[in-house]
Design a protein around this ligand. Structure first.
Ligand code: ADP
Length: 182
């Protein structure tokens, strides 16, 4: 309704604490950076309507890559994966849904940004990724699949904690919000 939209336009400073909002950790892998796809990949999430709340360019140390992918430690491709991720700078971003304004004291929780980002990214093996997805459009092989996205909200929190320090995230009010979220 109009009243809600007006309230959220005029009260943009009332942003909920970032902890209340579902967020996803996106990493543009070294091949994505080397191939000049950083802008293209970030742009896809922005155009979808997600809000960028953190951004960094970083040469990933081995220990951090191993911690990030610790669930895959027993896989035969693990050493190759760590070499790949540490082979050049990566860009990490955090995206949140544009639904975190407090409206009359109620926190609008981000719903589904993690699952939605996974859909935009596409299947792990680019051969199986649908056209229109990032991997479907921009990658050919599992070992060079250009981008990572958290697979659950809990993993999102874990990965954000691993790759970002406190104070590096930005909670900000997006003026477009009422046009993206009803
Ligand atoms: P996703 O990145 O889609 O969540 P996984 O968590 O299963 O996929 O794997 C993490 C990453 O490990 C993949 O994105 C890919 O870079 C790499 N990987 C997975 N399976 C293989 C494989 N069979 N050979 C080489 N690399 C792989």
């Amino acid at each position: 309704p109009k009243r809600q939209i007006r309230a959220r336009i005029f009260l943009p400073h009332l942003v909920a604490s970032m902890e209340e909002v579902e967020q996803t950790y996106i990493m543009i892998k070294p091949d994505g950076v080397q191939r000049g796809l950083v802008g293209e990949i970030i742009s896809r999430f922005e155009r979808k309507g997600f809000k960028l709340t953190g951004l960094k360019l970083f040469q990933c140390p081995k220990e951090l890559a191993e911690e990030h992918y610790k669930d895959l430690q027993s896989k035969p491709f693990f050493p190759k994966l760590i070499d790949y991720i540490t082979s050049g700078p990566v860009v990490f971003c955090i995206f949140a849904n544009l639904v975190n304004c407090i409206y009359f004291g109620k926190a609008w929780e981000g719903v589904g940004v993690v699952a939605s980002a996974r859909k935009l990214i596409g299947a792990t093996n680019p051969l199986n990724a649908e056209p229109g997805t990032i991997r479907g459009d921009l990658a050919v092989q599992t070992g060079r699949n250009v981008v990572h996205g958290s697979d659950s909200p809990d993993n999102g929190k874990r990965e954000i904690g691993l790759w970002f320090n406190e104070g590096e995230l930005c909670a900000w009010a997006a003026a477009l919000e009422p046009w993206l979220v009803e």
